[in-house]
Each structure stands twice: as C-alpha cells, then as structure tokens.
Design a protein around this ligand. Structure first.
Ligand SMILES: Cc1cc2nc3c(=O)[nH]c(=O)nc-3n(C[C@H](O)[C@H](O)[C@H](O)COP(=O)(O)OP(=O)(O)OC[C@H]3O[C@@H](n4cnc5c(N)ncnc54)[C@H](O)[C@@H]3O)c2cc1C
Length: 447
C-alpha cells in the first residue's frame, strides 16, 4: 500500500500522543525481591489498582511488567471513560451459560450496577490520589451508523436511564449537529454520565500512588513461569525468582504463553489511533460542540474525541484487526475520519500508534481464580474504568479471604469457538472483512 506523505505533519511521531506528557518508564523500578505476599503480573490499570488496594491494607505487594510500566494498553488508549454502555452488548442478548442458575435479569442488573461503580471509582481514585489527568465528565455521543440503528438507540436510552440513571437522551438526526459537526450518522444517543481522561497521566497517577504506599515495582521483568500453589508459589522471571503466597494475572491483551488457559479464551485485537495537528478554535468547536467522546453502532467501530485543550482531534478505530505499521494505519484512519468530517480533508497527522485489547466470546470482562491464580481480563476494548474496577475487586477478594460481592466472580468464562485455538487469531482478517461487509450492507440498505 502506498503511503500519502502529505498526510503527515513535519513533527509526526509513530508513538502515542499521550507519551508527550507521561512516557512509560522505569521510575520507581527496583530489583526483584526474593519473597512477597502478593505478586502481580502486569502494570496497567488492573495490576496497579489491585496493588494499590492491597498495599493500602498493609499487604506486601510486588508488581512486575515485561515492558516499561504501563507500556501495554493503559498508556495507549483513547481515554473514553464509560459506565456500561458497551457492557450491554454482551449481556442484552441471550442469557446463555451465565443464566444457568436462573435469574438472568438480576445478573444483568448487577453487572450494570458494577459498571456504574467502575465509572465512579475512576473519579474517586482521581480525587483521592490527587491525579492531574484531565478527567472531564462531558458525556458521550453514540452515532447511528444505519437508519435502523436509531430506534435501537432510542430503546437503549430508556434502558440505560431505567437501569442505571445514565442521563441518556436520544438525539434525532435533525438535532445531530448540536452533538457533532457531521451528517454522517442517522441520529444518535447522548449519554451525560460518561467522560474522558488523559490515559497515561491517569496511569502515572496510579503508579505514583502505588509507590507512595510501598508497592515494590519492577519494570522490564518478564515472568516466564509460575509453579506451586496458593501460599507457596515460585515465580520465575528474566530477572530472577520470587516466592509469593498469591498471584494476580493482569495481562489482558498482552496475555501470552505464561497462562495458556487464559490466552486460549482471549482474542487479542489491535486498535489504532491518530491525532491531528491543532485546528482553528471555531472548527474544533464545530466538530464536537459539547466536548463529548464519540462512538458509533457498527460492528467495526470508531471512537474519537478532542484532546485536552479542545483544539486537536484523536481518532481511533480498527483500521485493521491485526497490527499494521503506524504509517499504514494512519492513512486508513485519516480516510475514516474525513468520511465523518469532510472539513478535515487537509488536516495533517502528528501521531499514530496502536495497542492490543483482549476480546472475549461473550463480550464481557472476566475475573476469577483458576489453578490458584487470580485473574482479571477481557476488556473488549473498553477498560479504563472496568479494568481499574476489576483490579480493585480481585484485591478485595484476596483481602476478604475469598469472599466477593462482585457478580463478575464466578461468571462462566467461555473459550473461543475455533478448533485448536492457541491465542493466534489467524481468522481475524476473515471475520474483519465479514463484519465490514455486513456494516456496509446495513448502512446501504438502512437495516
Ligand atoms: C488503542 C486502544 C484504544 C483504547 N481506547 C479505550 C477507550 O477509549 N476507553 C476505554 O475504556 N478503554 C480503551 N481501551 C482499552 C484499555 O486501554 C484497556 O482495557 C486497559 O488499559 C487494560 O488495562 P490492563 O491493566 O488490564 O492491561 P494492560 O494495560 O494492557 O497491561 C497489561 C500488561 O501486562 C504485561 N505483561 C504481559 N505478559 C507479561 C509477563 N509474562 N510478564 C510481565 N508482564 C507481562 C504487559 O507488558 C502489559 O504492560 C483501548 C485500548 C487500546 C489498545
């Protein structure tokens, strides 16, 4: 594929915009101890929020990461903070296995209630730990990609208000320009109880908080094997061994051979993002007048927003389902962005990057304990709030000697229904093309 060089600003960088303010690094990193009470693999939001909760209760905690701290999805994401709107996708359909004990409705209610708690938790942590990360509760707009999607959004507004008091309002196409400077959608849904954050400043704030309460932090320390059982694990890493009583696996879209049973239930998908150069103030305001985050209804979805300061656009989506070089995804995302906003045709790109999210078959995140190892995983592309929350919940379960109030604990965690699947999603290009075909068809025919 030829790359149109005129799309790139002279200061273009193939790395996350967020790293300009807080780059994943090794600050606070120390030598691996020989012994710890709780050992956490992964230093993203899930690993750090678990560590923070445990260390605040006086436990001895060690967090390690194969990369620099937060170099996985937690410093690469779009920073949209939502309360359960995506979760609905996974649980509004057939109850399936998870309803084996009967009350599907009550399970749905509990999970939705926890989604809201996850959203609120981010605000609580930001306030309690004094994290300066541009957390703005300015809401979200979800655009209807096809005509037939709009009535579903009207229904969804009622559902979200009834079950979660999300302050959601259906926006008919005639009023759409009050939400987005585009005629691309067939109306949409505005959710006031949603927000956005600067992802890597939020991550840095959690890391600082962990350091303050005495968590041992070890960067560039890949875990290669775990042996033993609860109370007497031996963790082998590239930097030596450590004995631990409890282990938490918080590796999400970066889960590998260390935990094959988890890996085989997750499909890692690449998500890509671009950022534009600064826009004239009036134009930026016209694009998203209320400063909301934007998402949309197709299977292959985009998510976008203004950056802090409200002068630059961040546009994210699945340019490809598998990882592609940032220069390639930049061109594809730019085209998608200008389909929605033709007024940005001449606008240049300053940053382009990607990261991995973990999808699950039931589109739900999961937490639990298996072979003695605690885990939380499967953000399905929406984990700023929920992975912070699940990390905290896993920690509370350890603190409460195995008791948990969370409905996530004990949910069936289905495998990927592909024979001999071993964490390498060879089928993604096929599934991706099928999804794109269906999206185009529904948009064309209004179904
Ligand atoms: C491009 C992109 C855009 C996104 N946009 C949004 C958004 O707008 N809103 C939203 O809510 N969510 C979004 N997400 C999802 C969100 O970023 C994730 O759900 C969240 O960051 C996951 O946090 P985590 O702690 O579970 O995992 P991660 O932050 O991915 O951390 C996992 C860590 O585990 C480490 N690890 C793996 N194996 C080992 C090992 N063997 N030894 C040691 N360490 C190991 C990895 O190095 C990695 O740092 C997006 C994700 C991406 C990639």
């Amino acid at each position: 594929m030829t790359i149109d060089k005129t799309l790139f600003h002279p200061d273009y960088k193939p790395e996350p915009f967020w790293w300009e303010a807080a780059r994943p690094g090794t600050t606070y990193s120390t030598n691996l101890p020989t012994q710890t009470e709780i050992f956490i693999v992964g230093s993203g939001y899930a690993g750090l929020s678990a560590a923070l909760e445990l260390a605040r209760e006086g436990r001895s905690v060690t967090v390690v990461d194969a990369l620099a701290f937060g170099e996985g999805a937690s410093t690469r994401n779009g920073g949209g903070v939502s309360a359960g709107i995506n979760l609905g996708k996974g649980i509004s359909g057939s109850p399936g296995q998870n309803a084996r004990d009967g009350d599907h409705k009550s399970l749905v209610r509990s999970l939705l209630r926890e989604s809201l708690a996850a959203f609120e938790l981010v605000g609580e942590l930001v306030a309690r730990e004094n994290i300066d990360c541009h957390f703005e509760r300015r809401g979200r707009f979800v655009g209807a990609y096809s005509k037939a999607h709009y009535p579903n959004l009207v229904e969804k507004a009622e559902f979200l208000n009834r079950e979660m008091q999300l302050d959601a309002v259906a926006v008919p196409v005639e009023e759409q320009r009050s939400e987005i400077g585009s005629d691309f959608y067939h109306g949409g849904l505005a959710i006031n109880r949603a927000g956005k954050i600067h992802p890597s400043l939020y991550h840095k704030g959690l890391l600082d908080a962990c350091n303050r309460v005495g968590v041992t932090l070890c960067a560039h320390t890949k875990v290669t094997s775990i042996d033993g059982s609860v109370g007497q694990f031996t963790v082998k890493t590239e930097k030596g061994n450590c004995r631990a009583e409890q282990i938490i696996i918080a590796t999400n879209g970066y889960t590998g051979d260390l935990t094959p049973k988890l890996r085989n239930r997750l499909v890692p998908i690449s998500s890509q993002i671009i950022v534009t150069e600064e826009l004239p103030k009036d134009l930026a305001h016209e694009l998203i007048p209320k400063g909301r985050t934007i998402s949309e209804t197709p299977r292959v979805t985009s998510y976008y927003r203004l950056l802090p300061g409200d002068r630059r656009v961040m546009y994210g989506g699945r340019a490809r389902f598998q990882d592609v070089p940032p220069d390639v995804s930049a061109g594809l995302l730019h085209r998608m962005m200008t389909d929605r906003w033709p007024q940005l045709k001449g606008t240049r790109i300053t940053h382009s990057w990607s990261g991995f999210v973990a999808m699950t078959t039931d589109a739900l995140p999961h937490m639990g304990q298996e072979d003695g190892l605690h885990f939380c995983t499967g953000c399905n592309g929406s984990g700023v709030a929920v992975m912070t929350y699940l990390g905290t919940q896993v920690a509370r379960r350890i603190l409460q000697d195995g008791q948990s109030d969370s409905a996530y604990f004990g949910l069936d965690f289905p495998g990927v229904p592909v024979p001999l699947y071993r964490g390498k999603p060879w089928f993604l290009p096929i599934v991706g093309e099928y999804y794109r075909y269906m999206d185009r068809k529904e948009r064309r025919t209004g179904t």
